[in-house]
Ligand binder design. Structure first.
Ligand SMILES: *Cc1c(COP(=O)(O)O)cnc(C)c1O
Length: 379
């Protein structure tokens, strides 16, 4: 880390010399590389810019909001939560009201608020790894102990093994990511129900189903499972299928009591008026935004087929990305692909890399790069 002299005093000090909390010492922050290369297929964004008509609508909504920026925004984001509830009711085939929905700056903030309310010092959370690294990082940031639960060799969650892990560790929060990142693996409703029951058999336990990629899945959303299960939460985001990662808008659906609980820890006015206005404009155009989903699913399926034809192992994917391998040295392979101007992701899963489905020409550039890699490997 950097040693930066403070202005005026001439003293260099590094983070290691600061009195940060013990559990943060020597740790690295979340850091997917943000490199300026021609083809960026590393953070599972939608590759298409927002359409002009939506940009216009955002501009209008933000202009209206701008006049009121002298005031704090709606602390409870009621209009936005109502629009999100309507969207979920329409697409999830499950009726929801404003009271069932909560929104924050990305689903990462939603998860942070859940861990602040239901985790924290003296409590633990479990995830089935490899999975989304932010669950563990946010646990650490909130002082929640982190437990790594098992996955099978094909990256599915084995019901018996995962239920046993929950029974043994008695976590306070259980994370189930479906489709899972970085593997692309979807989880079936029976597995979620088995884990929910196993967790409640120990003590009341929050079960969070992270559905960041559900719009790309072959399986329906697990949202209807919240009915009659007050400790089951489904989290969603506008960063992936909605194509609005820069907006920073995530949300959850759950029993209204869970929404009451996160309000105990959220910062007042956490969602700016500009964010609320932009998200509302985007929600007026859900059909246009989600119009790219079919195309991206087709490109994902093409990546799977072509990578397998090239001789790579590929994990079945329900998301907008594909995990492929195996590499003796995944990081060296990542670098070789980057040398050809294509940025993919090394998630630290030994032997595997992950590529996001981009535009057809971006995917072609990626396939050319890995074709060369394969030739070198077999030469
Ligand atoms: C990308 C991703 C998120 C989204 O985070 P935002 O803060 O909403 O951008 C959440 N969960 C998983 C599993 C993800 O991969």
């Amino acid at each position: 880390m950097s040693t930066t002299p403070l202005p005026g005093d001439g003293i260099g000090i590094s983070i290691d010399e600061l009195p940060v909390r013990d559990e943060l010492r020597g740790k690295s922050p979340y850091g997917a590389p943000q490199l300026d290369v021609p083809v960026q297929l590393n953070t599972n964004e939608n590759p298409y810019p927002l359409p002009d008509e939506l940009v216009e609508r955002i501009t209008e909504r933000v202009r209206e909001a701008a006049r009121g920026l002298n005031r704090y925004p709606d602390r409870e984001a009621v209009e936005l939560r109502t629009a999100l509830a309507a969207y979920l009711s329409r697409t999830g085939k499950h009726p929801l009201t404003t009271a069932n929905v909560w929104a924050a700056n990305g689903s990462n903030e939603v998860i942070q608020q859940l861990l602040q309310a239901f985790g924290g010092p003296g409590r633990t959370a479990i995830g089935f790894e490899p999975s989304y690294s932010m669950h563990g990082l946010i646990a650490r940031g909130t002082g929640t102990g982190w437990l790594s639960g098992p996955r099978d060799d094909d990256f599915t969650i084995d019901v018996t093994a995962s239920v046993r892990a929950v029974a043994e560790h008695r976590p306070d929060v259980v994370f189930i990511t479906s489709p899972n990142n970085p593997t692309g693996t979807a989880v079936d409703a029976d597995t979620v129900l088995a884990l929910y029951e196993a967790a409640q058999a120990q003590k009341p336990t929050l079960v969070v189903v992270d559905e960041a990629y559900v719009e790309f899945s072959h399986r329906p959303s697990l949202l209807p499972l919240i009915e009659g299960r007050p400790l089951l939460v489904v989290s969603r985001t506008m960063s992936k299928a909605f194509g609005a990662a820069g907006l920073r808008l995530g949300y959850l659906a759950a029993h209204p009591a869970v929404v009451d609980a996160v309000q105990l820890v959220r910062l007042p006015y956490h969602l700016s008026a500009v964010t609320q206005a932009t998200a509302l404009a985007a929600l007026e155009h859900t059909d246009t935004l989600l119009g790219y989903v079919d195309q991206l699913k087709a490109e994902r399926d093409r990546l799977v087929v072509e990578l397998r034809a090239l001789g790579f192992e590929v994990t079945d994917s329900d998301a907008n990305f594909v995990q492929f391998g195996r590499f003796e040295d995944a990081h060296a392979a990542w670098q070789r692909i980057l040398d050809q101007g294509v940025l993919v992701r090394d998630n630290g899963v030994p032997g595997w890399l992950r590529v996001t489905a981009g535009t057809p020409s971006e995917n072609d550039a990626f396939l050319d790069a890995v074709r060369d890699l394969k030739k070198e490997q077999s030469a």
